[in-house]
Design a protein around this ligand. Sequence first.
Ligand code: DOR
Ligand code: ZN
Length: 341
Amino acid sequence: MQLTLTRPDDWHLHLRDGAALTTTVPDTARTFNRAIVMPNLRPPVATVDAAIEYRQRILAALPNGMTFDPLMTLYLTPDSSPTIIREAASSEHVYGVKLYPQGATTNSDAGIASLDGMLPTLEAMAETGFPLLVHGEVTDHSIDIFDREAVFLDRTLDPLMQRLPDLRVILEHITTKESVDFVKANPDMGATITVHHLMYERNDMLASGIRPHLYCLPILKRRLHRDALIEAATSGTSQFFLGTDSAPHAISDKESDCGCAGCYTAPIALELYAEVFEAQGKLDRLETFASFNGADFYGLPRNTETVTLTKTEASIPIMRPFGDTEVRLLRGGETVAWSLS
Ligand code: DOR
Ligand code: ZN
């Protein structure tokens, strides 16, 4: 059995920097034509110049013969001015601004503690139609980690979108039924869905031993949320699109007393999404989710090349090189039902 689809794009990706790029860039370019590249480096990618320099480092790591177009983003900091937004909006290489609530996730300490002072910047985004990519979790320690996404919708995102109805918002890596419902209730917004949030629920991470390689943020939720995500991803609804949030960390940073959040999925992401869609009897919707909806949302042309998936079991390597260390793949050492030729 074979499935040929328009070459997909990844609308949410962490490539990291330096020597790691020699693994992460080809691992993504093998499958995806374009990717929205997250800016949470240290220091954060907060200016157009920094984004263009980072883009050049990414392209320098692309092996000869591979094609890949990195779509850059800026990190929203308290210093992000309306001028920076206007500059980004007119740049051919920058496609959005990422909001990290301060302290929410990996390298988010330069993020936003309160949106109160950011209104002029956000107004400039609404005026220019420049997308705001949102990590949607509150960081209030009194809020249970499993509730942080749902509380963010009520406390932060809904008021922001009421205040600036023209703001183009993408809610990234959604993990809850509440987010699915929120996105559907706001038909001009988009949302990315990772493959790990489609494959796993919190029991998989915690019920028979603690699995650090399933620890990501927003954290895996209970089954009913996963079911809502699967329904949304496979529905064909144009607001939901593929974003792996592939987020490699050195193995020692994952298997640690205080382990980092993130799953490395890029090398096998499309194959795993295919498994999820097949299990729902919805393989015919994979192309819409993986190759059409994101491009349409960002106002970019759909890709013209194709990729072919074959129903042949393939083993997933356990490790990939990662700078001077290694990164463990999601489901490494196991098999996946589909292969990319
Ligand atoms: O699991 C995650 N890892 N979630 C994020 O929001 C950030 C990412 C990372 O950069 O490691
Ligand atoms: Zn991410």
